[in-house]
Design a binder for this molecule. Structure first.
Ligand SMILES: C[S@@+](CC[C@H](N)C(=O)[O-])C[C@H]1O[C@@H](n2cnc3c(N)ncnc32)[C@H](O)[C@@H]1O
Length: 311
């Protein structure tokens, strides 16, 4: 998949009522974080990640570090750190006695604050040195290059964040280049076969402002890696999201969830009636959701991609 191509094709196509442009949810961090929080409450997103972390991640982590007594970890788009800490715990179990330098790259001050609070409640994490980078992945990349450091990383993860960079392919290449011998880069995104994938295949031009957010799935990343001859391992994480409230007109939580699903700020108020009707119809269509006991359950399946250090 050619991300550059998407950008030039999609520019200027997101229009709402009266021809005004639709604004990306990313522009309002407070509403973004509230909608993400509600999404976590209504979905099995973090549970399916935890299942993966406890069942599959230990084997993936066992070979990193090449026997070193100190490991470097970079978390990109860590949010409030709940999932990062679960992974660091598995890392500690696999490599007891090893100290860890953990670079956290997160542009939201609210999320970074929540992450720091979580860490302050866990004195047992004293084997980890946290470095807080309140910045985007590209700002981190720029700073890293300017510093001309030769430091390498043993484990880098980007969980549900590649949507928010301009060029996911270039971001992956940069972070992959930081891997030390036996290092691993772990990416989690929605699966191409999820409801998200179906929604974006139909409404990519209307919903994705590719200057700031990409409608990218693990299917797209796999095609990109295949085209570059980069090898990887992948895993499927089945997950669901209850979107029933989206179909009750005027329901505040439903509107917040709709913003998260469309990545559009105030989608319900600003999208044209045709776009709103089309999106709502597709969201409850069997391609995206199933109906069970009066609830509309959206397919939120995720995918994991694990990449090694380049040869
Ligand atoms: C969907 S949340 C995922 C958070 C966490 N990884 C999780 O799975 O719970 C996306 C995160 O990426 C962060 N983010 C947004 N744009 C970013 C960028 N350009 N670089 C790095 N992180 C970014 C957001 O602030 C947010 O915390």
């Amino acid at each position: 998949m050619n991300f550059q191509l998407w950008r030039s094709n999609n520019r200027e196509i997101r229009f709402g009522i009266m021809g005004s442009p639709l604004k990306s949810l990313v522009h309002d961090d407070d509403r973004y974080q509230r909608s993400f929080h509600l999404f976590l409450e209504r979905s099995s997103e973090h549970q399916c990640m935890r299942d993966f972390i406890h069942s599959k991640l230990p084997d993936i982590l066992s070979s990193i570090g090449d026997g070193k007594s100190h490991l470097n970890v970079i978390g990109v788009g860590s949010g409030a750190g709940e999932i990062d800490l679960e992974m660091l715990n598995e890392l500690h179990k696999k490599h007891p006695g090893v100290t860890v330098d953990n670079e956290v790259v997160e542009p939201s001050s609210q999320q970074l604050h929540n992450y720091k609070v979580l860490v302050s409640q866990k004195p047992e994490l004293n084997y980890i040195k946290f470095t807080w980078n309140k910045m985007t992945a590209s700002e981190f990349e720029e700073r890293w290059k300017l510093s001309e450091t030769t430091k390498k990383a043993d484990f880098i993860h980007m969980i549900q964040m590649l949507y928010y960079v301009k060029d996911p392919g270039a971001t992956i290449s940069f972070f992959q280049s930081l891997l030390d011998k036996n290092g691993k880069l772990l990416i989690i995104l929605v699966s191409g076969e999820s409801g998200w994938g179906k929604l974006w295949r139909k409404y990519r031009h209307e919903l994705c402002n590719t200057e700031i957010s990409q409608c990218v799935t693990t299917g797209d990343i796999k095609s990109l890696l295949d085209s570059k001859g980069v090898s990887y391992h992948s895993f499927d994480l089945p997950s669901q999201m209850d979107i029933t409230e989206c179909f009750t007109e005027g329901d505040e939580k439903g509107e917040l969830l709709l913003d998260f699903l469309t990545e559009v700020l105030d989608f319900n108020k600003t999208a044209s009636p045709e776009l709103k009707d089309g999106v709502l119809e597709l969201l409850r269509h069997p391609d995206c959701s199933m109906e069970s006991e009066g609830r509309v359950i959206f397919n939120n399946n995720l995918g994991v991609i694990v990449i090694d250090k380049p040869n």
